[in-house]
Design a protein around this ligand. Structure first.
Ligand code: GAL
Length: 482
């Protein structure tokens, strides 16, 4: 099996606005639901907020220099909607638009392809106050925002993502309540999911009408629910339900104009799905150019009619389902998540490159669309050592095994065209605050100094040679800082 990347394969790294920018009250930025949520006591570990984060708002120029030093070919970042349109409707904020204009221009000057995400969860609070993703007005507002961004940046940005992980935005934000806006209601979660899909479809069409050459995609976090006992039909049913909610619900409408058939019967005790209106699914059909796959860990599920009495699934849910909270899986009353065996990262997530390989082939089979791995990475308890190095061998091993899985999927015919490491640098890890470090680059949150981890050197070598670099590469001590 070859360990080299195909000629046009894009290699880069990813971030998101609320996780790195800071500058929360600067440059005319409005308030987002994550400002409100993180400032609500008890919602984020340690009471951390994104007020300062990595201070990318002030350091973006040297951060882009650092990306160029790493040799990134692509950089995936998100626009904070409230920075460019403080209340989500009405007046746009020229200063905010200029901030992203500057980023795009500098990336291009350095030969780095910008990949823009329009929505990585930081909804303007003013829209949430009017119903958020439960309201069709938010769908309209999103389309208007998307159009304006294409008018501003469309000539220089080819790759666009409407939504990052609509599953998390709807099922964790409106179902489990572990993310902003912190609602905990099964039907709200399903409604929000449908509205996000609708907003994607309408924004896709409006963006393409302006510039047909754009590549507009949707980024999903994949869950890989394997049945505990594949020979047991009830365990297979459990896996199928989770797959439908987590994965298929967010691509089947755009390919076939349908929702997975199992969803309605499996949730009939909760809702009649009257939030889906005549014509919605027709609008969705065909409205996508590519799919992004965010992958971290795999999942093991089984049917358990005694789940309520059993040890619950809380430990294994990757996206923050807390003990005692509503579940992010409507219709899962008899479905239990089990902790897969093997080593775990600092997030408590297992390490399973085979599941990424299988998932890429599955998405290829089910959609036939180009695929980009838009996030993949692992959190570890990294620290700068006495010699100024950050030794993160476990991260290097994680990247190497997962990149090998990607290349194996490519060899087997999956149309995977790029890979973006999560993340460029340590950042605000949502409900986990600054406690969990995913970066190639270490961030000292007191001084805001960036220090290359060993994995940054390893990735630079991978980018330079366009082949998965050996685990040990030449590393400076002390490591580079910015
Ligand atoms: C994804 C998310 C990222 C990042 C990552 C690691 O779900 O898109 O923002 O936080 O998980 O948990």
């Amino acid at each position: 099996m070859t360990q080299r990347f195909p000629q046009d394969f894009l290699l880069g790294a990813a971030t998101a606005s609320y996780q790195i920018e800071g500058g929360a009250a600067e440059g005319g930025r409005g308030v987002s639901i994550w400002d409100t949520f993180s400032h609500t006591p008890g919602k984020v570990v340690g009471g951390d907020t994104g007020d300062v984060a990595c201070d990318h708002f002030h350091r973006w120029e040297t951060d882009i220099d650092m990306m160029a030093d790493l040799g990134l070919q692509a950089y995936r970042f998100s626009i904070a909607w409230p920075r460019v349109q403080p209340t989500g409707t009405g007046a746009f904020n020229e200063e905010g638009i200029a901030f992203y204009r500057g980023i795009v221009d500098r990336l291009k000057a350095k030969g780095i392809a910008p990949m823009v995400t329009l929505y990585h969860w930081d909804l303007p609070q003013a829209l949430e106050d009017k119903g958020g993703w439960l309201s069709l007005d938010t769908v309209d507002a999103f389309v208007a925002y998307a159009v304006r961004m294409v008018e501003e940046l469309g000539a220089d940005v080819e790759f666009w993502t409407t939504f990052n992980e609509p599953w998390v935005a709807s099922f964790v934000g409106y179902g489990a309540g572990a993310h902003a806006p912190g609602h905990a209601d099964d039907v709200e979660a399903l409604t929000a999911a449908h509205h996000l899909n609708l907003a994607h479809a309408r924004a896709y069409r409006a963006m393409k009408a302006l510039r047909s050459e754009l590549q507009v995609g949707l980024v999903n976090n994949c869950h890989t629910p394997r049945p505990w006992d594949p020979s047991n039909p009830k365990d297979r049913w459990a896996a199928e339900h989770i797959d439908a909610l987590a994965n298929t619900m967010f691509h089947e409408p755009f390919i076939a104009g349908t929702y997975p058939a199992v969803l309605k019967p499996n949730t009939a005790h909760l809702t009649d799905w009257s939030f889906v209106h005549e014509g919605d699914l027709d609008e969705m059909k065909g409205a996508v150019d590519w799919f992004g796959v965010n992958y971290y860990a795999s999942h093991l599920v089984r049917h358990n009619p005694h789940k309520a009495a059993a040890v619950s699934d809380v430990a294994t849910l990757a996206d923050g389902h807390k003990a005692g909270a509503n579940s992010p899986w409507p219709g899962d009353e008899e479905i239990e998540f089990l902790q897969p065996l093997g080593d775990q990262t600092a997030m408590g997530w297992n390490i399973d490159p085979d599941a990424l390989h299988a998932h890429l082939l599955k998405i290829h089979r089910e959609t036939g669309k180009p695929i980009y791995v838009t996030e993949n990475g692992s959190a570890w308890d990294d620290a700068v050592g006495a010699d100024g190095r950050v030794r993160d061998d476990a991260r290097i091993a994680y990247f190497r095994s997962h990149l090998a899985a990607v290349l194996a999927a490519v060899d087997e015919g999956a149309d995977v065209r790029g890979y973006l490491a999560w993340s460029l640098m340590d950042n605000f890890e949502w409900a986990q605050g600054y406690d969990k470090r995913f970066g190639l680059v270490h961030v000292d949150y007191d001084t805001l100094v960036r220090t290359w981890k060993d994995s940054a050197y390893w990735y630079r070598e991978t980018l330079r040679t366009r082949a998965i670099a050996p685990a040990s590469v030449e590393i400076e001590a002390p490591a580079r800082t910015y």
